[in-house]
Every structure is written in C-alpha cells, then in structure tokens.
Design a protein around this ligand. Structure first.
Ligand code: SF4
Length: 409
C-alpha cells in the first residue's frame, strides 16, 4: 500500500497578512519538511510511489510555462486537462476545467472525443475518470505518487475482513455499504457488488437516506468524519448510534453488541488535511476576528463542524465566498491552495485559513509543472505515460455503485 502522508504542514509566518483585508495574500515559505514531502522520491515497493520513468524538466527551467502551453496546443482537442480545486496555481492555469472530484469525473465522461484525459488531482480521482470514460480514452496522472492518505486508509482486504465479521454476526444482510468518492476503485467495486452506493460531500445525506431505505445499518467508508457529521447533523442520529470500526484492531475494536446495536458503522479513516482543524482553531479565530464566519468542509472533525457557521463541499465553499458581501470576514477550513486562490480572487473580503499552520495536501501538490510538462510532451511524442487503468471487473462493479449515486432521487 502506498504510504501517503497527506498533509504538508508548517507554522505560518504569514498568518497576520492573511487576515488583513487591505494586504495582499503572501505565499508562505515552505519549510524543509514541506520540501521533503513534496520531493520527487518515492517508495519503489508501491504502485503509486514510483519515480517517473522519463526525464523530468528541471523546476528551474524558465520555459516551463511556454513548454506546457506549446504541448497542449499541439495536442489540441485530443487532450482534456482536469484540475482539482486543491492543485497548485502553476498547474491549475492549464486546466480546461476545475472542480471537485465528482465534477471532474463527470466532465471527463462528457468529453468522449478527447483521446487523453490528463488528471491533475490524485489517484482515486483518475481511477473514477477511467471508470466513467470510454475504453478508447486514456487517463493520465502526471505523477503516480499523487495518492490520497484517506483513500489508503481503507484497503480491500481490510474491508472484506470487516464484512465477514458482519456476516458471522448475522448483520451483513441488513447493512448497506456506502463509500465516499475518496476511495479506491477496489472499494467502490466492493460497495457495488454488495448493493451499496458511492457518495460525495454534496450528496451524502441523499445517499444515506437511500441506504437506510434498503437496510437498517450503514457501513460508511473511509471517512469517519463525513459519515458522522452527516448522520448526526443532517439525519437526526445521535453520536451513540455511531460506532468506529478500527481495521487495525481485532473485531474492529468493537464488541458484537456494539456492532449489532449501531445504526452507523464508521470506518476509521480521515483526511490528513481537514483532520488538522480543531475546536481551538475555531475559538481562536473567533476571538481574534470579531464577526468572522467560520466555513468548513464536512471532512473536518465533528466538534469543528458543530462549532462552525457553515459546512459544505468545496463547490459549496466557493459559492458561499462568491455570494458573501464585501467586507465580510471568513475563516475557511479546507485545503490551502483553494483558500489562497479564494482570497486572491476576492480582495474585497477578508478571507483567512482556519489554522495557524500552513497546510497543503502534500500528495495533491506532487502534481507540479515539471510533471505536467513531462506528461504533455510525452503525449506529443506519441508516448502515453502514467496511464491509470482499472481492471474491467472492478470497473464494472464500481460503475454499479457510481450509477446508483447518479440515480439518487
Ligand atoms: S485533501 Fe483530499 S486528496 Fe488530500 S488527503 Fe485529504 S481527502 Fe485525500
């Protein structure tokens, strides 16, 4: 399994400038730790942690922007570049469309004429794009080390062990598996062949409502926080209705009675970036910036979401900031690249990061301009590099769970 550390964090030397509505956003200086996390090295024993097989352009090459533009122009309509909201500016400038993981997968599916889909995001997103596009199309991830630490927290063998436990207890038949989009194709395939559904942070309530019409319990993978926040804050369950299954403990660390009594069995997974925000972060910013609106992603911890003013997906966060009145103050709890771009795009509003530590998603940041230039130039030369493919059986089963999501009322 790839070891994705997820968050690349450092104390912010520029916090004060972030909160001054009259001061421009200042890019924080990365620390040695951040540089290490963003480096080119990888674990040769894993699928995703590998070196690029070709020669990467040097990051210092002053022609990188021109080279990317030239390669993209040479490919024309044969290539479609997708950019996730958490990507670096140097990459996002070449995206034909930006969005969250689900929007991007749908955008890829809506471009049947594009021979190459270059996915500037992370591995599970490229897998979803491969599942939703035709066999003729090739999905490319510019750096194979761009994984997701949350997706890595639910491995198929672990989930199958958990399911066998539920079968032994006689409760698998009443349990519906639901997986967040941020999971591997293997997990989506498991959910598809066991009558479940995929969800996003935008439609989690609808997916869970559907699931509870099919059964009495849900096994929610892999993000405990999205599952708990949706069940408790949107569906009226209590915290006691939820139990946390730890795949590293025998029996998930739960007794048979706990599993039998639970309505929501949460997998012990989380996002390394959103999981960093704490109640202290919320209290501290409220004290420092009177009247501030706290806006967070539902991957944040329950106590953070409960203390926030608004909660929603990245698309929701973008719309909320766009609709906010001039002069209003916002502390945003999501990935820093997006928060920084929102701050720069709305200089009339006071937008700050909901933490004193600067914290990027380190695996998202692996996709940099040298990797993008390399992938595009290889395509121009007729060589397909870093193609992401999902085997047909898994793709079919995952497609069942994705189609179930698309069919949600
Ligand atoms: S920000 Fe997204 S890609 Fe990065 S670790 Fe969190 S869920 Fe995974």
């Amino acid at each position: 399994m790839a070891a994705h550390t997820g968050a690349g964090c450092a104390p912010s030397g520029s916090w004060d400038t972030m909160e001054d509505v009259n001061e421009p956003w200042v890019e924080p200086s990365p620390t040695a730790t951040a540089l290490l996390l963003l480096g080119r090295g990888g674990d040769p024993a894993t699928e995703r942690g590998v070196e690029c097989p070709g020669d990467l352009p040097a990051p210092s090459d002053p022609d990188l922007v021109a080279r990317a533009a030239a390669a993209k122009a040479a490919l024309g309509d044969r290539v479609f570049v997708l950019g996730h909201h958490y990507q670096r500016d140097e990459v996002i400038q070449f995206a034909d469309v930006t969005g969250d993981s689900f929007k991007l997968a749908r955008e890829a599916a809506a471009r049947p004429d594009a021979e190459y889909i270059v996915f500037c995001g992370v591995h599970f997103m490229a897998e979803s794009a491969d599942i939703l596009t035709s066999d003729r199309q090739k999905v490319i991830l510019p750096d194979l080390a761009a994984g997701c630490s949350m997706a890595d927290m639910a491995v198929l063998s672990q989930v199958e062990t958990a399911w066998e436990l539920l079968q032994d207890l006689g409760i698998a038949g009443e349990t519906v598996p639901v997986t967040y989009m941020n999971s591997s194709a293997d997990i989506k395939g498991f959910v598809g062949r066991n009558g479940g559904v995929v969800c996003t942070s935008s439609n989690a309530k609808r997916a869970l409502t559907w699931a509870y019409e099919q059964g009495q319990k849900v096994l929610f993978l892999p993000d405990q926080h999205l599952g708990r926040n949706t069940a408790v804050l949107e569906m009226g369950f209590s915290l006691d209705d939820c139990v946390l299954y730890d795949p590293h403990k025998p029996g998930g660390g739960l007794t048979p009675e706990q599993l039998r009594d639970a309505k929501m069995i949460l997998w012990r997974g989380h996002c390394s970036v959103h999981g960093r925000f704490t109640l202290d972060s919320v209290n501290e910013v409220r004290e420092r910036v009177p009247g501030v609106n706290v806006l967070v992603h539902p991957e944040c911890r329950h106590e953070v979401v409960t203390a926030a003013d608004q909660v929603g997906s990245t698309e929701y966060i973008i719309r909320a900031i766009e609709a906010a009145p001039a002069g209003s103050a916002w502390a945003v709890g999501t990935e820093l690249n997006l928060v920084r771009r929102l701050a720069l795009a709305h200089p009339d509003k006071q937008i700050m990061f909901l933490d004193r530590a600067v914290c990027y998603c380190s695996t998202m940041n692996r996709i940099d301009l040298p990797h993008l230039v390399w992938a595009l130039e290889e395509l121009v030369a007729g060589r397909v590099v870093n193609q992401i493919t999902v085997d047909p059986v898994t793709a079919h089963q995952a497609r069942v769970a994705l189609d179930q999501m698309l069919a949600l009322p």
